[in-house]
Ligand binder design. Structure first.
Ligand code: BGC
Length: 766
């Protein structure tokens, strides 16, 4: 005991910060490299390996941090960080164990899946991407950083930037859609939002780009499944958003679960070292995904010791949950399977991150309990979330201009998602207090006040099959399954429908029908709800489909039968308010799809930036042609293309001009287009620019997004929108994986979605 105290005293002195029970600042530290080197010189091999260990918070409850199992490990110097603990009090207690009880008092990282907001929850990332507004997206990450840092968190496992073109994969909900260019802009906005310009501030947090790499392209859309793709496709289509995050200075990266070229990403040296560090210059640390090292045993890469060494040697620095590093690295070192240099490199990167966060300066810097009381789920943050959510909704159809609705008469709100506050935040919302989310029913009532009457009926369960509903409503996201018969539920719905002027059908997926391990083979609205919708349509009353979903769905039937479809994704904690704002025209819809909606699941993977093939259809109408690339039972084109989304107003594009029909490698070319608001509402339009490289040394996509601007245009007004094309926009990875532009003809399309037809062209010359 006495010895322990002496050690404690000495180590306090040599770490260089006076023990600080509150948040008072200590004296300035030595510069990072020197500080970290001095600290590492004092560390035993065990303590070094301990820094590479990232367990979950396990059994910690408030007031018991000292006695938890994980606390013992922290005391023994066997933990570098912890994740998914919610509450500043708990975090403060646990940090105290690290800085008062472990020999070297190295503070811990506290991570969390702060994916789309903290308690103030923003739309699921796929929805957020549909705003096409980088400032709003950045702001959402900034608010998430502010709230989570006020609650003790200093590291988020976000942004998730996996490009995906397969809506069967449930995690499309967590990404930004199918496009590498848009995905890259969003990656940058998110990293900047979380990390700000100074990571050491107490309201910025370390970001973690994930899941490196290619996690969004599993075979058959089944989560964690094999990925196999050519390098040219990786570099051109799937890598850019990860690289953009690195270029934006992201402080950490997470390895993906899948294999890449036959080697799991977690053990893939080419990926983690050659690409990430050597080619892209990544300076942060790499963490595995949850038990990613252990899972390499099932991948068939060897026993735990072997795969742990494989991971470290590949370039992994921190082991999430599985404790492969903790339990085997020393043995591997003794057996010369890993080197001290490799261990030191990982330790150094983790300590540097802690230094950058200011944790050595003040381990309690994110533990200000006053901030937790005043900065989380504030009115101001919620107001911003509501505005952002309204911009993420995508109006897919509004044929008879039923929308916007009047705040008068009687409105029937029907469907299992109508009064479902637990589902509004969507998947991956660990910090959300579900009871605080605003259901559509609550939002509608608030919006109409006494001006209109809102009648509600559930109408159907999520699906006929209760076992399916159970899988689709995990983590407390219940839809309160109703035990009445289907006939009873329908009868109640039809009764209120009969008393109403308009019907809002709140249908679609539950929150957990997308997200991790929620792959689907059927992309339609569940049958019970489709049947309900058909019954409602039979009444002949105007029906608005408010569609909740975490992925593109197959809406071929609804697109024919329903005249208004508003796709709302999962809009976050302010859902009901934001949806009502749009339904009543207080906000004019401006969201545009960032992933293609297929006509049939058989078209998947489907995306706008496809190649032409040697046998494209020769007719413009898309009719079947034998021996051309098409289907005998479905058309090629999607139901709703990338970039598509309607407004309550209409925009007219004209006067597309190009500054020159020639450009050399040092010049820029300017494109202008006039966009007129010819409808009856002020509205925002995302003007999109696509480029086609007509002839290349490798085949090139039919078109690729290379610019966009979201502009507010008042009704009756016209704006000239200007884009500049530089040589960077014309570059791609060729078959030698060199990033080059090639001379020749380029076509430029500008318009309101990826089918834009207005076209100009130019030649790139030497
Ligand atoms: C997910 C990650 C997440 C991690 C930690 C994993 O299952 O794939 O995205 O960050 O868990 O919660």
């Amino acid at each position: 005991m006495k010895n322990k105290l002496i050690i404690l005293f000495i180590s306090f002195a040599f770490l260089g910060y006076s023990q600080n029970k509150d948040t008072k600042k200590a004296a300035p530290l030595k510069p990072k490299a020197e500080f970290v080197a001095e600290l590492m010189a004092k560390m035993t091999l065990d303590e070094k390996i301990g820094q590479l260990n990232l367990p979950t918070s396990g059994d910690i409850t408030t007031g018991q941090a000292n006695s938890s199992d994980v606390a013992k490990k922290i005391e023994e110097g066997k933990v570098g960080g912890l994740f998914n603990i919610k509450s500043v009090q708990k975090i403060k207690e646990v940090q105290r164990v690290a800085v008062e009880k472990s020999r070297l008092q190295i503070p811990l990282l506290f991570g969390m899946d702060v994916i789309h907001g903290y308690e103030t929850t923003f739309p699921i990332p796929l929805g957020l991407s549909c705003t096409w507004d980088m400032q709003l997206i950045q702001r959402s990450a900034q608010i998430a950083a502010q709230e989570s840092s006020a609650d003790g968190i200093n590291w988020t496992f976000s942004p998730m930037v996996d490009v995906s073109r397969d809506p069967r994969w449930g995690r499309v909900s967590e990404g930004s859609g199918e496009d590498p260019y848009l995905g890259s802009q969003i990656a940058k906005a998110m990293v900047t939002g979380y990390q700000g310009n100074d990571l050491a501030k107490n309201n910025t947090i370390l970001a973690c780009v994930k899941h490196f790499a290619l996690y969004g392209a599993p075979e058959a859309g089944r989560d964690y499944n094999t990925v196999d793709m050519s390098r040219i496709r990786m570099y051109n289509d799937y890598f850019p958003p990860y690289k953009a995050a690195v270029d934006a200075g992201v402080g950490s990266a997470m390895a993906s679960f899948n294999e890449v070229e036959g080697i799991p990403a977690t053990g893939n040296k080419w990926l983690m070292t050659d690409v990430l560090r050597n080619q892209w210059g990544f300076k942060g640390f790499v963490v595995t995904d949850f038990t990613g090292i252990n899972e390499m045993v099932d991948h068939g890469m060897g026993d735990l010791q072997t795969v742990s060494a494989l991971a470290l040697n590949a370039g992994i620095d921190m082991d999430m949950v599985g404790e492969g590093f903790l339990t085997t690295l020393k043995k591997s070192y003794d057996e010369k399977k890993v080197t001290l240099e490799q261990i030191d490199k990982a330790v150094q990167l983790i300590l540097e991150a802690k230094y950058d966060l200011g944790l050595f300066q003040d381990p309690y810097k994110y533990c200000d309990t006053n901030r937790a009381k005043t900065e989380i789920f504030t009115k101001a943050n919620r107001d911003e979330a509501r505005k952002i959510a309204a911009q993420s909704l995508v109006l897919l159809k509004n044929d008879k201009n039923i929308l916007p609705l009047q705040k008068s008469g009687t409105i029937a709100l029907i469907g299992p998602l109508a009064d479902a506050k637990e589902n509004m935040a969507g998947t991956w919302s660990v910090a959300t207090k579900q009871e605080n989310s605003i259901s559509l029913l609550a939002g509608l009532k608030d919006a109409v006040g006494t001006k209109a009457k809102v009648l509600y009926a559930k109408g159907s369960n999520l699906d006929y099959d209760p076992a399916f509903e159970e899988k689709a409503t995990m983590f407390g996201k219940t839809l309160h399954r109703d035990n009445r018969t289907n006939a009873e539920l329908t009868a109640e719905a039809l009764k209120i429908a009969g008393q109403s002027d308009v019907i809002i059908a709140a249908l679609g997926e539950s929150a957990e029908m997308s997200g991790e391990c929620s792959s689907r083979t059927n992309l339609e609205i569940p049958q019970a709800q489709k049947d309900l919708l058909n019954e409602l349509l039979k009444t002949g009353k105007p029906v608005v489909l408010v569609l909740f979903t975490g992925r593109p769905l197959v809406l071929i039937e609804e697109s024919k039968t329903v005249s208004s479809i508003l796709n709302v994704w999962f809009p976050g904690s302010e859902a009901g308010y934001a949806i009502s704002d749009v339904l009543f025209g207080d906000e004019v819809p401006s969201g545009k799809l960032t992933s293609t909606f297929p006509r049939s699941v058989g078209q998947v993977p489907i995306y706008y930036a496809h190649k032409n093939t040697g046998r494209p259809l020769s007719n413009k109408d898309g009719n079947f042609e034998k021996f051309r690339s098409n289907y005998i039972d479905e058309r090629n084109e999607p139901l709703y293309p990338f970039g598509f989304g309607l407004s309550y107003t209409n925009f007219d594009y004209s006067n597309l001009k190009i500054s020159s029909d020639k450009m050399n490698f040092h010049q820029k070319i300017t494109i202008t287009v006039d966009v007129a608001n010819i409808g009856n509402y002020d509205g925002k339009e995302t003007v999109q620019l696509y480029i086609r490289d007509v002839v290349g040394s490798v085949t090139r996509p039919m078109r690729e997004l290379k610019g966009f601007q979201k502009v507010l245009i008042k009704k009756g007004e016209k704006q000239t929108v200007t884009f500049e094309i530089s040589i960077e926009d014309l570059k791609f990875y060729n078959s030698d994986l060199q990033f080059v532009a090639e001379t020749g003809q380029f076509e430029v399309f500008v318009g309101g979605n990826s089918n834009a037809e207005n076209k100009v062209s130019f030649n790139l010359v030497n």
